[in-house]
Design a protein around this ligand. Structure first.
Ligand SMILES: [Fe+2]
Ligand SMILES: [Fe+2]
Length: 133
């Protein structure tokens, strides 16, 4: 069983967003496999950096769509993105310097954040878009 199983409650029904979410979920699942298989630390660091980079790019995509559609909740939603970026940057520097290993707590943090954020915030944007069609 995958660390994060995709299910319908994760769909926003906005193709571009759902594709990026699936890609990030696949990367988190790959990181989980790497931790489970005790992969080389350098491989896990590289995977973590890819997740951080893709997440940042994904937030840019969402915020571009918010602006394009004049989404009323855009500042509050973008603020949640900034908070996660700050947390990921702090984790990233600890991981890079070896002060913190890539371990289960990193994985649980990523999984909880993404699931809570997709279900609690990204889907609201999806529903809002649908309601305007
Ligand atoms: Fe998202
Ligand atoms: Fe978001």
């Amino acid at each position: 069983m995958a660390f994060i199983e995709w299910n319908d409650t994760l769909n926003t029904n906005i193709t571009e967003i759902d594709e990026q979410h699936r890609q990030i979920v696949a990367l988190i699942n790959a990181l989980s496999e790497a931790v489970r298989n005790r992969a080389a630390e350098s491989d896990m660091k590289a995977l973590f950096e890819t997740i951080a980079k893709d997440t940042k790019a994904h937030f840019e995509t969402e915020e571009r769509l918010f602006r394009m559609h004049s989404y009323p909740e855009r500042s509050a939603h973008a603020e949640l993105h900034r908070q996660l970026e700050t947390q990921v940057e702090s984790l990233s520097s600890k991981i890079r310097t070896g002060a913190m290993p890539v371990n289960d707590s990193v994985l649980l943090f990523l999984r909880d954040w993404f699931i809570t954020h997709i279900e609690g915030s990204d889907r609201l944007f999806g529903f809002w878009i649908q309601s305007r069609k």
